[in-house]
Design a protein. Structure first.
Length: 131
């Protein structure tokens, strides 16, 4: 995707980012409230669903020749505001720092494996929808 600094591009990223950030907060908090504080399931849920969504959108929007502004709105803005790998790194580091190494390893492994699997599932879902 070509990068440019036009006002419409910046606005698209800003709007998508605002929506994605609110969606991240709502879903992450809802999942965490249901699962308790013992494991960061809220962040994991956001990372997995965000990876699926980015996989789906990246394939779908390119195949449909979406405008650069639509791609910026959805892929950079929405997905960038929604996914939480900075939170992932922070939570992993805290677990490691607190010597909860097995829990940290489980979190890191499940986050990486599930988000990559979700990305490939998003690719496949988009290809199916494009048929």
């Amino acid at each position: 995707m070509q990068s440019h600094w036009s006002p419409s591009a910046l606005l698209a990223v800003a709007i998508g980012g605002a929506v994605g950030s609110v969606a991240r907060y709502v879903l992450g908090a809802a999942v965490q409230a249901r699962t308790g504080a013992g494991f960061p399931y809220g962040t994991l849920a956001v990372n997995v669903t965000g990876s699926f969504l980015l996989g789906l959108l990246s394939t779908w929007l390119v195949a449909r020749a979406a405008s650069p502004e639509i791609r910026l709105l959805l892929m950079i803005g929405l997905c960038g505001g929604y996914t939480t790998f900075s939170s992932f790194a922070y939570e992993s580091a805290l677990m490691m720092q607190d010597a909860r190494l097995l829990r940290a390893a489980a979190y890191v492994t499940s986050s990486v494996v599930l988000t990559i699997a979700a990305m490939f599932t998003g690719f496949a879902a988009a290809r199916t929808l494009l048929r």
